[in-house]
Design a protein around this ligand. Structure first.
Ligand SMILES: CSC[C@@H](O)[C@@H](O)C(=O)COP(=O)(O)O
Ligand SMILES: [Zn+2]
Length: 217
């Protein structure tokens, strides 16, 4: 489906939902120093052609303005004439949509995701086992273990994006960038938010557990 076939009403709904989520995350201090970016797909998913709304680069994400989002195509290029620049990390969003067909991708920098990504960075993944909130990823088995991939935080975003297919785990809707932040996604904004909140909770539990155990592993 071409971008022009997607109804204005649907596009407006998506922008409103994104703006509400942005305000909520900002209230949690999840966008310090203009960091973080959010996106939501508009229209159906087709790996050959899809579109999404993404935060404009470098904005203060705690503010609500008419210039907070723009629409881009599957290559991360703006589809309409605009002075706004898509998030510097849009290519990572593109890759996640392409590989998963998801409906929303949220990226935040928090103290806990930074600390945990660095502590386990050399291993290439964060192992999480036996914590109830793993069920937020629809994993119901007892004492389940997941591994959250950790990618190096290259300055060159395309170099990060090209590593995504090699580490993405269909059962784990998130990827950490070392000393940077997390990308979490879901079939829609509700699910992406649930996943992101679960990751952040799990990272905080792990951080505190490591302190309790004297930071041995
Ligand atoms: C201002 S530090 C954060 C940025 O370097 C980047 O990692 C980030 O998350 C926000 O970039 P943006 O281009 O505004 O989407
Ligand atoms: Zn970032």
């Amino acid at each position: 489906m071409g971008f022009e076939k997607i109804t204005l009403e649907h596009k407006r709904q998506v922008l409103e939902e994104l703006a509400d989520i942005k305000a909520l995350f900002a209230s949690r201090n999840w966008f310090p120093g203009t960091s973080g970016n959010l996106s939501m797909r508009v229209g159906d998913f087709d790996p050959e052609q899809f579109y999404f709304a993404v935060t404009a680069s470098g904005k203060d994400k705690s503010l609500r303005t008419p210039e907070d989002f723009l629409f881009v195509d599957k290559h991360g290029k703006a589809i309409e004439t605009t002075a706004l620049k898509p998030s510097a990390e849009t290519l990572i969003h593109c890759e996640i949509y392409r590989l998963t067909g998801c409906g929303a991708v949220f990226h935040v920098h928090t103290v806990f995701n930074n600390l945990i990504s660095e502590f386990f960075g050399a291993d290439g993944h964060v192992p999480i086992q036996g914590i109830e909130l793993i069920k937020a990823f629809n994993i119901w088995e007892e004492n389940a273990e997941i591994r959250v991939p950790v990618l190096p935080n290259f300055a060159d975003i395309p170099s990060i994006a090209e590593l995504v297919p090699g580490v993405l785990d269909a059962n784990v809707p998130g990827i950490l960038l070392r000393n940077h932040g997390i990308y979490a996604w879901g079939k829609d904004a509700f699910e992406a938010k649930r996943h992101l909140e679960a990751f952040e909770f799990l990272f905080e539990v792990m951080y505190r557990q490591l302190l309790l155990k004297g930071a041995t592993k």
